[in-house]
Design a protein around this ligand. Structure first.
Ligand code: AMP
Ligand code: ZN
Length: 115
């Protein structure tokens, strides 16, 4: 998939606007357009990987940077009461955008198991 075909690559490029939460050399985080919780942030590597399997197998530095960004966001957004990190993957996982992303969900008590 080329960058121009990928929604999140287009957000990284600035072609599609987003409400940024974090932006560094490796990672962009922005508010989800359809939030499922009072805090719902999408965290992505700027480089394109289709899903967490490709990211995990492909680039340990990028994977580590993604985790570090989630840690920074937890502090920045004051998520001391807790939060959930979700990587929807593939059709059974409910992934709709094929550029790996972590959902950071917080601001309410989250139920388990998920649907
Ligand atoms: P997933 O279904 O796990 O692939 O997650 C994709 C997420 O991207 C969904 O939660 C969407 O609401 C979100 N999303 C789609 N388009 C945008 C956008 N332009 N800005 C912010 N979030 C978006
Ligand atoms: Zn992409």
């Amino acid at each position: 998939m080329s960058d121009s075909d990928c929604l999140f690559c287009r957000i990284v490029a600035g072609d599609i606007p987003s409400t940024q939460v974090l932006n560094n050399d490796h990672v962009l985080a922005f508010r989800d357009i359809a939030p499922q919780a009072p805090v719902h942030i999408v965290v992505i590597p700027k480089a394109h990987f289709a899903n967490i399997v490709e990211l995990g197998a492909g680039d340990a530095t990028q994977a580590g940077e993604l985790m570090a960004a989630i840690s920074t966001i937890a502090t920045q957004e004051d998520l001391a009461d807790g939060f959930r990190v979700v990587f929807n993957t593939g059709s059974d996982g409910g992934q709709t955008v094929e550029h790996v992303h972590a959902h950071v969900l917080a601001g309410r008590s989250l139920t388990w198991p998920p649907g």
